[in-house]
Write a new protein. Structure first.
Length: 56
């Protein structure tokens, strides 16, 4: 199950920097996770200061 970034995202980029497979990119108003690339490792959730990445 891939992670998804909620509307709590503050666009700091911490999640994208933490992603080992580069599945996270800047979207329109928040970062987005490509579910086809996400390996469900949780690195993004561990780095996010507001808890925006959530397991689906």
């Amino acid at each position: 199950m891939a992670y998804k970034i909620s509307d709590a995202c503050i666009e700091c980029g911490a999640c994208a920097a933490a992603c080992p497979v580069e599945a996270i990119s800047e979207g329109d108003g928040k970062y987005v996770i490509d579910p086809n690339k996400c390996i469900d490792c949780g690195s993004c959730a561990a780095e996010c200061p507001v808890g925006a990445p959530e397991a689906e």
